[in-house]
Structure formats: structure tokens, C-alpha cells
Design a binder for this molecule. Structure first.
Ligand code: FMN
Length: 216
């Protein structure tokens, strides 16, 4: 990939003279405070399938925060998406593509090209949702490919509100992250005490998700 220099606009004080960026990957602009903003691609994958989802509300706030920071944001909900189980044929390792034709390849392309990947999940049996795990398995074709993402975030909701409640989901996600060694789990935001749809309304964790997205 070619590298080009991005030159400082004349009215920007105390900024880098130029910042090398990967062409087609980053676009920059100057915000109201004359700060040079490097626009990242942020993808948020919201895995709850129910209307009024609490974890989706966190995902939306993360997206709003990232947008406010000037990033390019894509929020994908798995609701209505066709995501079949991995059949374990491993042909993806020879061909780089999955034999199953559904909504996964498009999501995988977005993940590969993102700088930041944020997963949102309800806690099911002290783990990530089955649909999130199914998607991770199906994205096995990306394992040998070049990937752009460095920062990975986890947003989770559950009925219980114990420190331990999201830990296995976090560990499970780390299993995926470990396969992409240039990336790391940058942050986890957990909101316990929410069971029914929209229970999260008015919860302070929504603002925390916004701030997390803004600082992503
Ligand atoms: C199949 C299933 C399993 C669940 N397992 C747990 C659990 O292990 N611990 C917990 O605290 N809540 C559990 N819950 C409650 C959900 O985590 C909770 O309702 C959460 O707010 C759902 O998030 P959502 O609105 O984004 O779907 C479970 C719910 C379902 C449907």
C-alpha cells in the first residue's frame, strides 16, 4: 500500500507538520478547535437479536461517540442477518473464502478494513451470545489475511451485576483477538442489572459507552 504525506493546513498551530497515512485508509480533517483529526474506520457489531436490546443501546452510544470524534462509523446489527454455522471444512484456509454464501463475507470485509472493532453482546450463560460466537467462527477465512484493526472493544449486558458476570465473554473474545496479534482488547464496558428490553434506559453506562466510542 502506498504512503502519502498529509500536510498541515496553514492555520493549524502546534500540530505535526505532516502525518504519514495509508492511502485509502485514513482521511484527516481539522476540527473546530484546530486539532488535526485522523479519521478511523470504526465497526460496531451488535449481536443481540431482540428489539429494545440493552447491548444494542450501548452499541448505539459507542457509535455516536465515535462519530462525534470524527471517525467513520459502521454499526452492524445481526438482527435480520443470515449467519449460518461454520461446518469446519477448512476450505477457507486454502481459498481465502467461505463455501457458505450468506451475510458473513460482507461483515468480514468490514472487520478486515476497520481500525477499531467493537463487539456488543448480551451475556448468555455467562458467555458471549451464540450468534456472536457463530460469527467469529465463520470469519475464520480472515485468519491468514492482512487486517487493519488494532483496538477491540467489548460491550456487554446481563441481569446479574457482578464483576465476574462478563469475564467469560471477555476471555472468549480474547481467544479471537489472540489470533490477530497486532490487535488488543482495549476496553470492556459491562452493564449489569438489566434484564428486559430497554431496561438500560437512563442508565449511566450509556454515557460511558459514548465516552468510550469518543476516545476509541
Ligand atoms: C438465553 C439467555 C441466557 C442468559 N444468561 C444470562 C446469564 O448467564 N447471566 C445473566 O446475568 N443474565 C443472563 N441472561 C439475561 C441477559 O443477559 C439480559 O437480559 C441482557 O440484558 C440481554 O441483553 P440484550 O437486551 O442486549 O439482548 C440471559 C438471557 C438469555 C435470553
Amino acid at each position: 500500500m502506498s504512503i502519502r504525506k498529509l500536510h498541515k493546513p496553514p492555520h493549524v498551530e502546534k500540530q505535526h507538520n505532516s502525518i504519514p497515512v495509508r492511502e485509502s485508509q485514513h482521511i484527516s480533517h481539522v476540527n473546530q478547535n484546530n486539532h488535526l483529526i485522523i479519521m478511523k474506520k470504526v465497526i460496531i457489531i451488535s449481536t443481540s437479536l431482540r428489539p429494545g436490546s440493552n447491548s444494542h443501546a450501548l452499541a448505539e452510544q459507542f457509535a455516536k461517540g465515535a462519530e462525534a470524534a470524527g471517525h467513520q462509523v459502521e454499526l452492524i446489527s445481526l438482527r435480520g442477518k443470515e449467519i449460518k454455522f461454520c461446518i469446519g471444512c477448512l476450505s477457507c484456509q486454502k481459498t481465502g473464502a467461505c463455501v457458505i454464501k450468506d451475510d458473513v463475507p460482507a461483515i468480514m470485509d468490514s472487520v478486515l478494513n476497520a481500525d477499531v472493532v467493537c463487539w456488543a453482546t448480551p451475556i448468555y450463560y455467562y458467555e458471549m451470545s451464540g450468534q456472536m460466537k457463530t460469527l467469529i467462527d465463520r470469519m475464520n477465512a480472515m485468519y491468514p489475511k492482512n487486517y487493519q484493526f488494532r483496538d477491540v472493544y467489548l460491550l456487554a449486558t446481563a441481569t446479574e451485576n457482578e464483576e465476574e458476570t462478563p469475564k467469560r465473554a471477555e476471555t472468549g473474545l480474547t481467544g479471537w483477538i489472540d489470533c490477530y496479534p497486532k490487535s488488543r482488547l482495549t476496553g470492556t464496558l459491562f452493564c449489569g442489572g438489566v434484564t428486559m428490553p430497554r431496561d438500560i434506559e437512563g442508565n449511566g453506562k450509556l454515557q460511558e459507552a459514548y465516552e468510550m466510542g469518543k476516545n476509541a
